[in-house]
Design a protein. Structure first.
Length: 307
């Protein structure tokens, strides 16, 4: 068994990530922990805001609100949707997910990396910038968003500037995976499972913004993607720990490695809390060079799509 790395404030970039970027094979997989750093709500925060909307409209009272408090966010949102439908009230989740346009905080540095991204976030702050030079001029590739599951295929990830919204996008509310029913149906869909399987099989993936509280989401995605342990280091996850949580980090490092072939990269949150992630993103963005994949790989993906 390989030695568990030490917890550090700014971990070194694994060489496999740097090489994958040069090969055009790096994909960032971004979770709610990133959006929370710029003021957007967590999944539980979103659910609580929606329930408060229903209370303000008089569809539930404070007693009912308190009784719903212990439930997990998926159940809260599922119940909120049922109450809203019964009363003909639109939930309007999008109004709780607004943020300033343009680069902000950690997104500035993630966007500078420029590789294709997958996200479970509804917001559209991810706008990876990949610069192509031709005829002596440098232009950024346009951002392409893929929020509909029928459009999910790994070939999109060969195009820098692509963002696959795994749970849908705020600009297209009908695509948003919100309730438990939607969530289960979404991950049982063959298109979604095939996309995840191709992603984890063919790309090097860096999970960022998935805290210990979101471990269930991360594990569900990995299982639905048919992830198995492998000796090739292709899956990595940045996760925050207090320095005193060293024993927990080591146990989780072994767990994710043995169960999913995921290399857990722990960083210390004692001084800057989760904002330390922004400092890491800034440092890593300066050291990662992204190039497009080889033409032969594009042709392979095209053949698969046509088949």
């Amino acid at each position: 068994m390989s030695r568990t790395p030490d917890l550090r404030e700014i971990p070194d970039i694994p060489p496999e990530i740097q090489q994958a970027a040069l090969n055009g094979d790096l994909v960032l997989f971004v979770g709610a922990g990133v959006s929370m750093l710029v003021g957007l709500p967590s999944w539980s925060g979103l659910a609580w805001s929606v329930l408060n909307d229903l209370r303000e409209k008089g569809y539930i009272n404070y007693s009912e609100l308190e009784q719903l408090k212990p439930l997990d966010p998926k159940k809260q949102l599922s119940i909120a949707e049922l109450i809203a439908e019964e009363n003909g009230f639109p939930l309007e989740l999008a109004r709780h997910l607004t943020a300033e346009e343009g680069d902000k905080g950690i997104y500035k540095f993630l966007n500078e990396i420029g590789c294709a991204c997958v996200t479970t976030n509804y917001d559209e702050l991810l706008s990876p910038r990949f610069y192509q030079t031709s005829d002596g001029s440098t232009t950024a590739a346009p951002v392409t968003r893929v929020p509909r599951k029928n459009d999910f295929h790994a070939g999109h990830l060969n195009t820098p500037g692509t963002v696959v919204h795994l749970h849908g996008s705020v600009s297209q509310p009908e695509t948003m995976v919100v309730t438990t029913k939607h969530y289960l149906a979404h991950y049982d869909d063959e298109m979604v499972q095939h996309f995840l399987n191709e992603l984890f099989e063919k790309k090097t993936v860096l999970f960022i913004g998935y805290s210990l509280d979101e471990g269930e989401i991360l594990e569900h995605i990995l299982r639905r993607g048919g992830v198995k342990n492998t000796k090739v280091k292709k899956r990595f996850a940045l996760q925050a720990f207090f320095l005193s949580q060293g024993p927990l980090f080591r146990k989780l490092h072994d767990y994710y490695q043995k169960s999913f072939g995921v290399q857990l990269i722990g960083f210390i949150r004692d001084h800057n809390d989760f904002s330390q992630l922004e400092i890491i993103a800034k440092t890593w963005a300066e050291q990662i060079e992204v190039r497009p994949p080889a033409l032969t790989e594009d042709l392979e993906y095209m053949d698969e799509v046509l088949d």
